[in-house]
Write a protein that binds this ligand. Structure first.
Ligand code: PLP
Length: 389
């Protein structure tokens, strides 16, 4: 009887008249994700050797697929906070970090956005101009108001530090300041340590809450510690802060959706309360997070031999990007007689480089020379994306 059920008599007309298709064809997303996974000349997606080793260990142990608790794998949460803040950071001993495993960087940011929406009604998040394209979507969907602070200076192809400082200062007291921990996406431009100190000063002065997005720890400079220095500098001041982490790039675990949200609180008691509320938000959204990527991270970071190997592989990946930057700088400086200063290519860090080329120049590079760039920053700046391996 059910087999002959005619849906057309049941469904009358178009139930979704106002829903329009949305195109996700923004080239920068496809390029950023795909190119970063290509290996050498073979153009094959690269799986880190250390990841394969961890997976073999997991297979040998014959681990089951039981649900994780809402907050995720305990061994993962422990190592991820240690990786970020440093294992000997007093914050960890004082139990002042609420860490909850998230659905990679995006899901962790989204969970934090939900926490802000629920417990800081009306509070604003200020984000850099430009920023990673999904930040605005995340806060829009979480109904969190946001505005931009100046970041990129087209004159120097560097940081608009004064603009950034005055916009952070002008934001309503108690705003959340979204900061890229390292390897700013899309510009590749990071503040120096002295500038980070000044940014921390102004944030403290205005009673703002720093909210770090760390999607490239270790992948930017090749050193896990150096890439976490911005976050650690703020944490060392005793500030309460949020940090979303991702293992998509540094462990190449894109599709495993593994990351975490860390909230540094003022006491162990506040930490327990924040953790419980993060769990309360996660439960109706996705119940509990996936286990495979969490186990890989726990095995790699928690095993001294694998951890050492990971660091070596990461140095290789970051080193390759640095070499390409150097080669690009060398050949541009040698061949370009216009007197233009190309040193920003070396000052920038990570996978992305704002070239300072305008729309017409970028299009000329593509049409004539098949050098492909995304048009970023108000659709006028050509951006190069370096590949990982
Ligand atoms: N934040 C930034 C700045 C990013 O560049 C990315 C990825 O490109 C992410 C977060 C999130 O990535 P994922 O959700 O894959 O961890």
């Amino acid at each position: 009887k059910l087999g002959s059920f005619d849906h057309s008599t049941f469904w009358k007309g178009n139930r979704f008249p106002s829903i329009k298709a949305k195109s996700f064809g923004r080239i920068s997303m496809a390029v950023a994700v795909n190119v970063s996974r290509f290996e050498g000349e073979e153009l094959q997606p690269y799986v880190l050797k250390v990841v394969k080793k961890a997976e073999n260990l997991m297979l040998e142990r014959g681990e089951n697929k039981e649900y994780l608790p809402i907050e995720g794998l305990a061994a993962f949460n422990k190592v991820t906070a240690e990786l970020l803040f440093g294992a000997d950071n007093p914050l960890i001993q004082q139990q002042r970090v609420a860490t909850v495993q998230g659905l990679s960087g995006t899901g962790s940011l989204r969970l934090a956005a939900a926490l802000i929406e629920r417990y800081f009604p009306g509070a604003k998040v200020i984000i850099s101009s430009p920023t990673w394209g999904n930040h605005k979507n995340i806060f829009n969907d979480a109904r969190v108001p946001w505005s931009e602070y100046r970041y990129y200076d087209p004159k120097t192809v560097g940081l608009d530090f004064n603009g950034m400082m005055s916009d952070i200062k002008a934001a309503p007291e108690g705003s959340f300041v979204l900061l890229h921990g390292c390897a700013h996406n899309p510009t590749g431009i990071d503040p120096t340590l002295e500038q980070w100190e000044k940014i921390a000063d102004i944030i403290q002065e205005k009673n703002h809450i720093p909210f770090f997005d760390v999607a490239y720890q270790g992948f930017a400079s090749g050193s896990l510690d150096a890439d976490a220095s911005s976050v650690r500098l703020f944490a060392a001041r005793g500030m309460e802060l949020l940090v979303a982490q991702s293992y998509s790039k540094n462990l190449g675990l894109y599709s495993e959706r593994i990351g975490a949200i860390n909230v540094v609180c003022s006491s162990a008691d506040a930490t327990a309360r924040v953790r419980s509320q993060l769990k309360r938000l996660a439960r109706p959204m996705y119940s509990n997070p996936p286990i495979h990527g969490a186990r890989i991270v726990a095995n790699v970071v928690g095993n001294p031999a694998l951890f050492k190997e990971w660091k070596e592989e990461m140095e290789l990946m970051a080193g390759r990007i640095k070499n390409i930057r150097q080669k690009l700088f060398d050949s541009l400086s040698a061949k370009d007689k216009s007197g233009k200063d190309w040193s920003f290519i070396l000052k920038q860090i990570g996978m992305f480089s704002y070239t300072g080329l305008n729309k017409a120049q970028s299009e000329n590079m593509t049409d004539k020379w098949h050098v492909y760039m995304t048009k970023d920053w108000k659709n006028i700046i050509g951006r190069i994306i370096f590949s990982q391996m």
